[in-house]
Design a protein. Structure first.
Length: 126
């Protein structure tokens, strides 16, 4: 199934949650989205032209973050089979690099959340 679907989201609407199936990747056509960790740490805001949601399909795991529409936005939803077809056709070295970077993104998000949580504990002791 090679499919790209256009979807509109209203500001504040959840695009996907942590542990949701990783069926699609997204290209932001217009608007902004916010990426949040398991404990609510803001990991970033993405804008028009940026992609997100690639980690889950690449490492074949459920979603590791929650993504919300920061503003009204239009997204191009790309089915994971399209991504896998492109990866199947790509140089194996590039596929290994992409997979390694995807794993590191997940690790970096977990580490940022750990430090954020520790900082919150220290601040509560002041």
């Amino acid at each position: 199934m090679t499919e790209i679907v256009t979807k509109n989201y209203k500001a504040g609407e959840i695009i996907y949650n942590i542990n949701d199936p990783a069926d699609n990747i997204y290209l932001i056509h217009n608007g902004k989205v916010r990426i949040k960790s398991k404990l609510g740490l803001n990991l970033g805001i993405l804008i028009e032209g940026e992609m997100f949601g690639e980690v889950g399909p690449i490492i074949e795991e459920t979603r590791t973050v929650t993504v919300l529409a920061e503003t009204n936005c239009t997204l191009r939803e790309i089915h994971h089979s399209t991504l896998h077809k492109k990866l199947d056709d790509a140089d194996p070295v590039l596929v290994a690099i992409i997979r390694g970077l995807s794993l590191r993104i997940g690790d970096a998000n977990k580490l940022a959340e750990k430090y954020w949580q520790e900082l919150s504990v220290y601040k509560s002791l002041e």
